[in-house]
Design a protein around this ligand. Structure first.
Ligand code: ATP
Ligand code: MG
Length: 735
């Protein structure tokens, strides 16, 4: 193999097989390609594939690397090309006995972990309300990422009830895992490191085996991954790491950018190879990406060049609304596809998973096949399915499947056995499970054990009330009521993890779905809404075999490339996210993410923003992303929707009305909003109403209270006549 297709620098890296090498280069400069060619060269030079180890971060990247190597030399033989976790798993399986495990150890997934922590809390007398298992687990995980055991955790933590609880649970959790011959995901990395540290013999065995080590995306390694790699390479120093400090986007998960910047300190004899030619993107895209990343202070200066033509300018459009944005992108894809492009040429890269919904809808509407990568389709998400199950029960109490889905969600102490028991009762009584539970005779409900009884009763009452009042209430009110009174929202709020935050964000996004529906019809009803939704959720264009355009977060797009890339939602507060405005380091990380996103594009890059965006059920004016302003304006062009005003922020004819938007900007905080909402609802419940009061109802307008007894208020509305309303939930305002 001649490798004459590679440039000089790349060839240098490919030909130098011995000694440490750092390939530090920008996006699309052929780092990954150089690595795969280097592997091919090794095999060609007679190096046993058995001696080669190549690691990366995601399964997708690992598979792609393997395929590329196979493309060059046919077979990868006994080579290890895999993710860090897969590598550790293999090593541990073969050596588990050395650190006190059986080789048939099991891996605990998230739900196993939660069950275990809960059990421990109970035994130790720690309240799982106050210290949510999920919260404890994420503290434990962060500790493990830093190789910090329970004792060390105690030493460095301030004395407080919280750290004491964490310490106690952490040490017990560790002990139990071991007793159960189990490891969690973090343990795979940590225990592998411990194995190497504790057992010279094993370490030497692997040091001798892996004479050639390569790591892709090295900028995103955390402390333990770094230690694993350094230990393996200690003996022979044949280590080649490749990466780009401008693409470090996992600091929030413990990735340490210094690992790549300090490589030369770790291996003073290291040869540093900088690749400067970009082969991926046309000139304008490359220049635009640089004009953004240049604003980061903490970076090694480097710039790429290309022999490609300048290509089209970056196309930026500010659309009137988020829906318009989605349909604009769908239309562009439709046009370009008619011009002869494959659907697989397109990628839509967004900042948050919640953004995918509008695109799914817009693409479906245009009949464009798509797939959502490493994220779920909006309506497949757990929290959305849960809340839909609650709503379905309001419409149809006979729906046992929905009841089973949510009866213990949030946890109400109704396990499988109790569920079976309820089902059996229901069968005998020839009722559905919900009907049996909600029967006024209370017979079935009363068979539940104490704690479960209270909670299930509360849930059943809430659903029954919503059902009775469903004609008087807006769908969005029913939604709020269900989220709050069933305890579902509260349990997510108490979680306080990144995951639960994103679930809340998705639920608030669901309010946008409802608001859209309510706006579209005169007589909204939950029955009709659920029927419409069933259709929307059913639309399924997903087909793996078919060429389809891809949607994913910018995070998951690392290392990939596409001819045409769309980056929607270029708005302050969304991208960069609102947190970045209080924290310069996180602003820089967002900027690197922007650079990663832009450099995925080969030929065309579209950026869009929406003047009005509905988030969390509320429509707000947005402000154009600060990153847009950083892009060299001569590289951009736009659709002139409105006449630009002189001195608008971007100075390009984007049709931006931003200069006119007077609405004060306020970053939005999902958690806060969720709480605000809860609060508002409970206030509504305490309105004091008496006969003769004038009231206002959101849906029915003004009316006169003609009777107010117990939980029921009877109102004669000026427009719709007499209605009986539930005092607790009716959106009534006294006038
Ligand atoms: P990223 O930083 O995004 O991971 P990278 O540096 O790993 O990018 P590659 O994915 O290896 O870059 O390469 C980018 C594109 O350039 C690929 O399509 C690859 O085939 C092409 N390429 C790499 N080197 C050359 C070369 N010498 N001549 C022509 N094309 C090349
Ligand atoms: Mg790469």
């Amino acid at each position: 193999m001649s490798f004459s297709n590679l440039n000089e620098k790349q060839q240098e890296a490919v030909n130098k097989l011995d000694g440490p090498i750092l390939i530090l280069a920008g996006a699309g400069s052929g780092k990954t390609s150089t690595m795969t060619h280097r592997i091919a060269h090794m095999v060609e030079s007679g190096i046993d594939p058995y001696r080669i180890l190549a690691v990366t971060f995601t399964n997708k990247a690992a598979n792609e690397m393997r395929e590329r190597v196979e493309g060059l030399i046919g077979s990868t033989g006994g080579m290890w090309i895999m993710t860090f976790h897969a590598m550790c798993l293999r090593i541990l399986h073969m050596n588990a006995d050395r650190i006190g495990y059986n080789s048939n150890f099991v891996i605990y997934d998230t739900s196993d972990q939660k069950t275990l922590v809960k059990k421990i809390e109970k035994e130790l007398g720690i309240s799982d309300k106050e210290y949510k298992p999920q919260m404890l687990l994420s503290v434990i995980s962060r500790c493990k990422e830093k190789a910090m055991g329970p004792e060390e955790y105690r030493e460095v933590s301030p004395e407080s009830a919280r750290s004491k609880a964490v310490y106690m649970v952490y040490s017990e959790y560790d002990k139990r895992l071991k007793e159960n011959n189990a490891m969690d995901f973090d343990d795979l990395l940590l225990n592998c490191m411990k194995l190497f540290e504790a057992d010279e013999e094993v370490l030497v065995k692997y040091q001798q085996r892996f004479r050639y080590i390569m790591v892709d995306e090295y900028q995103d390694t955390n402390h333990i991954q770094y230690r694993l790699v350094s230990m393996l390479a200690e003996e022979h120093h044949n280590i080649c790491v490749v990466g780009d400090d401008d693409q470090c986007i996992y600091q929030w998960r413990g990735a340490d950018i210094r690992n790549i910047l300090d490589f030369e300190k770790d291996f003073p004899e290291a040869q540093v190879i900088r690749l400067e030619q970009n082969y991926r993107s046309v000139g304008n895209i490359l220049a635009a990406a640089h004009s953004v990343i240049r604003n980061n202070r903490s970076r090694k200066r480097k710039e790429l060049w290309t022999t490609k033509e300048d290509g089209e300018k970056i196309r930026y459009s500010r659309l009137e609304s988020d829906k318009e944005e989605a349909s604009y992108i769908a239309r562009q894809i439709g046009w370009l596809a008619r011009d002869g492009r494959e659907y697989s040429d397109f990628a839509i890269l967004y900042r948050t998973n919640a953004q995918s919904r509008l695109f799914e809808e817009a693409l479906s509407m245009q009949g464009i096949p798509y797939q959502v990568l490493s994220g779920m389709r909006y309506y497949d998400r757990k929290e959305i399915k849960d809340v839909m199950a609650y709503m379905r029960l309001v419409v149809n109490p006979a729906d046992d499947l929905s009841l089973l889905r949510v009866i213990n969600e949030p946890k109400r102490g109704v396990g499988a056995k109790t569920q079976d028991k309820i089902a059996a009762f229901a069968r005998v009584r020839q009722q559905s499970m919900f009907e049996a539970l909600s029967d006024p005779d209370g017979e079935v409900l009363e068979t539940l054990p104490g704690k479960a009884f209270d909670k299930v009763k509360e849930m059943v009452e809430c659903i029954t009330l919503c059902r009775q009042e469903r004609e008087n209430l807006d769908v969005s009110d029913i939604f709020d009521e269900l989220l709050v009174k069933t305890g579902y929202l509260k349990s997510l709020e108490n979680d306080k993890t990144l995951e639960s935050e994103s679930r809340i964000e998705n639920l608030m996004e669901f309010k946008s779905v409802i608001a859209d529906y309510e706006k579209s019809t005169e007589n909204s009803s939950i029955d009709e809404f659920m029927a419409q939704l069933a259709l929307a959720a059913e639309v399924d264009n997903y087909d793996d075999g078919q060429a389809s355009c891809t949607m994913m977060t910018m995070h998951s797009a690392k290392g990939l490339e596409f001819p045409v890339v769309f980056m929607p939602g270029m708005e302050d507060g969304l991208f960069p996210g609102s947190r970045a405005f209080d924290d310069p380091a996180s602003m820089e990380e967002e900027r690197r993410l922007c650079y990663v996103g832009m450099t995925r594009a080969e030929e065309l890059l579209f950026l869009t923003s929406a003047e009005l965006r509905m988030r969390y059920g509320r429509t707000d004016y947005t402000r154009e992303s600060q990153f847009l302003k950083e892009i060299d304006s001569t590289l951009m062009t736009g659709d002139a929707v409105y006449q630009p005003r002189k001195g608008t922020s971007l100075g390009v004819p984007t049709g931006s009305r931003d200069g006119y938007a007077q609405k004060p900007y306020k970053p939005f905080d999902a958690m806060k909003y969720a709480r605000m909402d809860t609060h508002k609802k409970s206030q509504g419940a305490s309105v004091d109403l008496a006969q003769g009061d004038r009231v206002f109802h959101k849906k029915f307008g003004e009316g006169l209270v003609i009777e107010s007894a117990g939980s029921i208020v009877t109102v004669a509305f000026d427009s719709v006549g007499i209605k009986k309303l539930a005092r607790d939930v009716a959106p009534l305002e006294k006038l």
